[in-house]
Design a protein around this ligand. Sequence first.
Ligand SMILES: Nc1nc2c(ncn2[C@@H]2O[C@H](COP(=O)(O)OP(=O)(O)OP(=O)(O)O)[C@@H](O)[C@H]2O)c(=O)[nH]1
Length: 199
Amino acid sequence: MYLDAILVVMLVGDSGVGKTCLLVRFKDGAFLAGSFISTVGIDFRNKVMTIDAVKVKLQIWDTAGQERFRSVTHAYYRDAHALLLLYDVTNKASFDNIRAWLTEIHEYAQQDVVVMLLGNKADVTHDRVVKREEGEKLAKEFGVPFMETSAKSGLNVELAFTAVARELKHRTMKEPDEPKFQLQEYVDKEMRTAGCCRS
Ligand SMILES: Nc1nc2c(ncn2[C@@H]2O[C@H](COP(=O)(O)OP(=O)(O)OP(=O)(O)O)[C@@H](O)[C@H]2O)c(=O)[nH]1
């Protein structure tokens, strides 16, 4: 069975946090090593996922993090069903800017948009400057789910997209007496099952 609607997931966050790499890892299962080519404006890729025997079409929008493209990306926010907001655990400024990104999301996106915070590049150990606990604390403050990811190792990449796709699928297909899907609970449970990360 196919879900008719196309679910739009938008990747946002500072330039260089790994949005394109996360998308490529999810779509192609590979890591884009080598030189860093900044996204210009916006790019998109499609992926079909199967959730509880329902085929769900995701359209993933990869936005440019550079300041000079902001006015272009603002125009797309209102059509996004979910936003994956990334920072880079090796770049403190990208973490500090999350508050500004959340303000921007609040201003331009739909009120009921699904937002998930991702601390990317979790594979890096030596140059890490943002602790997992700091990411968790910030996410809690804003009431959004959180996980660390790595486009390089693949850590939690599938889970991040699956979690938002599940939430959107539930919203679209929910039976009247079915309980609301609990995104954070789902993420916590999946990470515990994988033997990973959250206490
Ligand atoms: N170690 C490590 N490096 C990563 C990871 N994800 C991305 N990178 C590197 O970070 C750099 C930037 O990655 P991109 O995916 O192009 O960043 P972006 O957020 O799309 O940047 P803009 O397009 O400018 O907004 C590249 O050199 C990647 O190889 C990761 O999970 N781990």
